[in-house]
Design a protein around this ligand. Sequence first.
Ligand code: ADP
Length: 405
Amino acid sequence: MKILVLNSGSSSLKFQLFLLPGLSVAASGLVEGIGEATGAARINFADESGREKTLEYQQPVSDHRQAIRLMGELLKESGSFSDISEIAGIGHRVVHGGEKFHEPVLIDHTVIETIERLVPLAPLHNPANLTGIRVIMEHAPDIPQVAVFDTAFHQTMPEHAFMYALPYEIYNKLHVRRYGFHGTSHGFVARRAADYLGRPIEELNIITLHLGNGASAAAIRGGRCIDTSMGMTPLEGLVMGTRSGDFDAAILFYLAREAGMDIDALDRMVNRQSGLKGICGENDMRTITEAAEKGDDRARLALDIFCYRLKKYIGSYMAALGGVDCIVFTGGIGENSAVVRMKACSGLEAMGITIDHERNMGCRKDIMAIHSDDSSCAILVVPTDEELEIARQTVKVCGIRRENS
Ligand code: ADP
């Protein structure tokens, strides 16, 4: 039997097929350009002799319905499955669970209605997630589907961490509060870090730094999130590829008055034209690091701002937690950029946090410890795997006995 994991975004559908009982990956793929003029569908899988293979089609994809059909065809063509009855459960990444969902849930009509009601909080993401769920429900109503929420892990934040100092009524009436995102990843890497250190997570204070195109930090005490850097939307907090992270909200009023910018232009600016891209015109950390090394001043500035913000969050979360046992770097940048890790930790030696430069330069696909022997806190690089975590949660929620599968 198999578990299928779906991540449907506004214009893309990522999928991964796992084999039970071990949850090894049988195939993974992507349908992109949904609703756009040009589209593509791709699947990576291993053939019978174990060789890595790719099947790819370039064709327009009109909507998510067609995207799911294409995914089914690619899975069949690759030999990854021959019949839908082989699927024991389907896990969906759902971006916003609001205050309703604290953990993954089995999807039924009530769950769908609740996710629908949360659309105003995530207008780009929740509708795409829902389409994926509905199309599967129509075609294969007997397969159990599970929703795994990006926000759920952060629902343990105390009130003083999730409330904004804004009029209380807008929380009551309009649900304006901090929710946090990337929760599946923060939870996954925190548990892996505790396993690696051989200590119960209940005893540990952990700061996790998920640094990809989107970036967020979380403060985790005893396995429960007590604070995170993203807020009501994924805009708040760290500097990101194209998002500003924290800034003075009054800048928006100033730009509206002085530059005549309307709400759409301001939204575009802070979400798509800011962050690393806004500073140096590039949002790929590899390109930025290379340019900075060659003496490009703007690239160096973008890197400096990114790492300085990170360091400030590490410091503030140490204060929030009352000390830290382990700092975890993950995501495309966290897992691969030794420069970012080094700059984010430099200057923290007075607080007992010391990185080992040689270990930090190491390159492994697995967990890597990069602190020096005299550091009071472990610093780990932990590859994240949100799809695997969603597959595990799906198995758990569906009550699938892995040893018997
Ligand atoms: P997403 O948030 O889209 O899942 P990823 O977690 O894949 O993003 O991270 C993408 C980021 O990781 C990009 O900024 C990319 O430049 C960066 N990245 C990937 N490999 C490296 C590397 N070797 N060195 C520095 N940055 C890297």
